[in-house]
Design a protein around this ligand. Structure first.
Ligand code: ACM
Length: 690
């Protein structure tokens, strides 16, 4: 309340959101400029919308969708909120121009939104800006004591970067069209504007090819998109202001191509669809002309199917083993003066770039493709570090940042949020070089995702990345980000995303029971192990046939419950916890201490829960240790040193991954123990990397 009051007092002075310690409105991404007004606009059954100026059909359809979303958010009925004429409408939208039929990089996406207690006005140079403004409006709708309302305010907004993407890997696990569509809705809600569709992998080739039907017939297990489905998805995305860039990874990551067309490979075959994860030997033969003839025909077909200007050819992680083992390829290298495999791949990239360009497209590739002999119009996507992005910009290439935005690594939102396309080495670029940094992309790699859990791996953390790519660079307040991310996460529920709604059904399946409260108490405070350690910790080598139905598949990538507990412990240790706050900590510790006794009967009846008993026991131990530590802290007596040593042993045990899960309250319990023994406690566990 105090924040709102202060904002109201300041309301006559326009101020960038960045200057505020905390946003009073639940917007994500934060707009470039926001000024609070006085009062609020009621969203009630008399609410209506009108479009003045251009009558772009795309905008009209967007308004229909907006009204549908508003109805879902408020529970109002179609007979209520509706389209009317401008003189009577509550919300009047004015967009000067339609955008190109095929959305282009760098179109004007700006908008302004003015809300008073009686009406609202959304203005934008193009339909795209109006689309973004409508999303802002939806995020502003709040429940108040006397009805739904949007606060009076004035916003001028535009993106910091023109390329704000999400990569979805459908090669490793197939993701059906309806799942992609709901994720496009989520992207639009947080103003992301590129779906990077990673369509081919060692484990699957997912596009129908009419020229080379054995690609999808033999390389996909029957799990592919028809060309009609692809056109449908692209149209769906374009309606929402989202470009769709295809990626066909080559010359590596391409085993699935070789099942039907072994002659493309650098070793004879036969080939089978890969079932394991990792980097594999098969690679296209860059020395034979028939490879380029095939790619010319194939890219020609795909260039007709995918209207976007940009065409991603992958280019990552070629281990060169098939090239080394093939005498004909070695002879080609010798006779062409090609010194090593990197140079051979550079030769391949140059040939492919010519083909991509011949079909009217601009080539994009992972940072391995960066070589000065490629034309300057290509785009380099940095995944191995921020250095390659800066290096590309210095050499005159445009680039995208994905290093730091890999959501499959199970990092916290805070950690993703800390990466900036113009941070690190990017900060030292000249203004001209900085212009070449187009933005970035969150990457949802598909080893451990299914249609059931993919939303929970993408959301809500991707909303934090979306803010990094849209909002001013100075917007960095992590606590504000978390508060707003949680609000946005709830709004995404209305769009049909399942990151929240899918959790309990997965837990019920695991338990074989409706009584999941004990399992949920555990699930809420664990996270999947980080980076790529899941594979390393597995008892048997993981494969694409493994069911994704374990606790590690349901647990959230980031435990907001553990994060909140860390904040409560911080408050306690800094002497700022009142009796209520202390009681809350105690009740959590009691819950955890007693949880294993409640979970054991579930584990006794379900094979899926056997593996979580050890971590559940750890949770109980930590609950007990935390309660004892609280007792010592409140008694004013230091805990005995040998007790503290023993408890620290428990904490160390509890920090070890079990069932590929981490118990995220362990560092906070450790701090309580140290404090109770009168030792320094270090900083809170939720600051920085874990
Ligand atoms: C990649 O992660 N290999 C692009």
């Amino acid at each position: 309340m105090r924040t709102i009051f202060i904002l109201l007092m300041l309301c006559s002075v326009p101020m960038p959101m960045a200057a505020q310690p905390q946003a009073a409105v639940n917007l994500m991404p934060i707009p470039t400029n926001l000024r609070m007004g006085t009062g609020r606009l009621a969203i009630d059954p008399s609410f209506s919308v009108a479009i003045s100026a251009n009558s772009d059909p795309r905008l009209q359809r967007a308004v229909e969708r907006f009204l549908n979303d508003l109805r879902r958010q408020t529970g109002m009925l179609p007979v209520n909120v509706r389209v009317t004429d401008a003189s009577k409408a509550t919300l009047v939208i004015r967009a000067e121009h339609a955008n190109k039929e095929v959305l282009a990089l760098g179109e004007d996406e700006s908008y302004s939104l003015d809300v008073t207690s009686s009406s609202a006005k959304l203005e934008a140079p193009t339909t795209l800006g109006a689309l973004h403004g409508l999303q802002t409006f939806l995020q502003l709708v709040a429940t108040t004591t006397d009805g739904f309302a949007v606060p009076a305010l004035s916003i001028q907004d535009k993106p910091r970067f023109p390329w704000r993407g999400l990569l979805i890997d459908v090669g490793r696990h197939f993701i059906p069209l309806d799942v992609l569509k709901r994720n496009l809705d989520g992207m639009a809600a947080v103003k992301l504007n590129v779906l990077h569709w990673h369509l081919s992998e060692n484990q699957g080739f997912r596009v129908e090819s009419k020229k080379f039907p054995k690609l999808h017939e033999m390389g996909s297990d029957g799990l592919f998109y028809t060309q009609d489905e692809i056109r449908d998805l692209i149209a769906y995305a374009q309606e929402r202001g989202i470009r769709v860039m295809p990626e066909f990874d080559m010359p590596g990551h391409s085993t699935a191509w070789f099942v039907g067309y072994p002659e493309l490979a650098s070793a004879p075959g036969p080939y089978q669809i890969e079932r394991k994860w990792g980097v594999f030997d098969p690679a296209m033969d860059p020395t034979q002309e028939r490879t380029y003839k095939f790619l010319d025909d194939f890219i020609g077909e795909m260039a007709g199917l995918f209207p976007d200007q940009y065409f991603h050819i992958g280019g990552d992680e070629v281990n060169g083993k098939q090239w080394e083992a093939n005498p004909k390829i070695q002879e080609f290298k010798r006779s062409h003066g090609i010194k090593n495999n990197e140079d051979l791949q550079a030769y391949f990239n140059k040939r492919v770039q010519e083909i991509v360009s011949k079909h009217g497209k601009t080539m994009v590739g992972w940072d391995e493709i960066l070589r000065p002999d490629l034309p300057k119009n290509i785009v380099v996507q940095s995944w191995r570090g921020q250095e390659s992005l800066a290096a590309a910009a210095k050499q005159g290439y445009r680039g995208l940042l994905s290093h730091g935005y890999y959501v499959d690594l199970m990092w916290s939102a805070e950690r993703h949020y800390s990466f900036d396309p113009l941070g690190g080495p990017g900060a030292n670029l000249t203004p001209e070089e900085k212009q070449r940094v187009l933005g970035g992309e969150a990457c949802m790699w598909g080893e451990y995702v299914s249609p059931e859990n993919i939303d929970s791996r993408i959301w809500p953390r991707t909303a934090a990345i979306a803010e990094r790519l849209w909002s001013p660079q100075e917007v960095r307040d992590v606590n504000s980000m978390y508060q707003r991310m949680e609000k946005v996460s709830r709004k995404l529920d209305w769009l049909g995303l399942t990151h929240n709604s899918g959790y309990a059904p997965m837990l019920r399946r695991m338990a074989g029971s409706d009584n999941i409260s004990a399992l949920r108490a555990l699930a809420d405070v664990v996270e999947p192990v980080k980076d790529y350690s899941r594979g390393e910790l597995a008892a048997a080598e993981p494969t694409s046939a493994d069911p994704l139905n374990r606790l590690v598949d349901a647990a959230r990538p980031e435990s907001l419950a553990a994060r909140k507990f860390a904040g409560q412990v911080d408050q306690l240790l800094s002497g700022k916890a009142d009796a209520d706050a202390k009681a809350q900590i105690r009740s959590l510790l009691i819950l955890w201490r007693d949880n294993q006794a409640k979970l054991q009967p579930l584990a006794d009846q379900s094979f899926l829960l056997k593996e979580v008993v050890p971590i559940s026991r750890d949770l109980s131990s930590l609950g007990s240790a935390g309660l004892s530590a609280m007792d010592y802290l409140e008694s004013g007596q230091h805990a005995p040193a040998d007790w503290a040593t023993e408890q620290r042993g428990l904490v160390e045990e509890a920090k070890k991954p079990k069932a590929q899960l981490l118990l995220m309250i362990a560092p906070s319990i450790q701090r309580l123990i140290q404090a109770s023994a009168g030792q320094a406690t270090g900083s809170s566990s939720n600051q920085g990397d874990r």
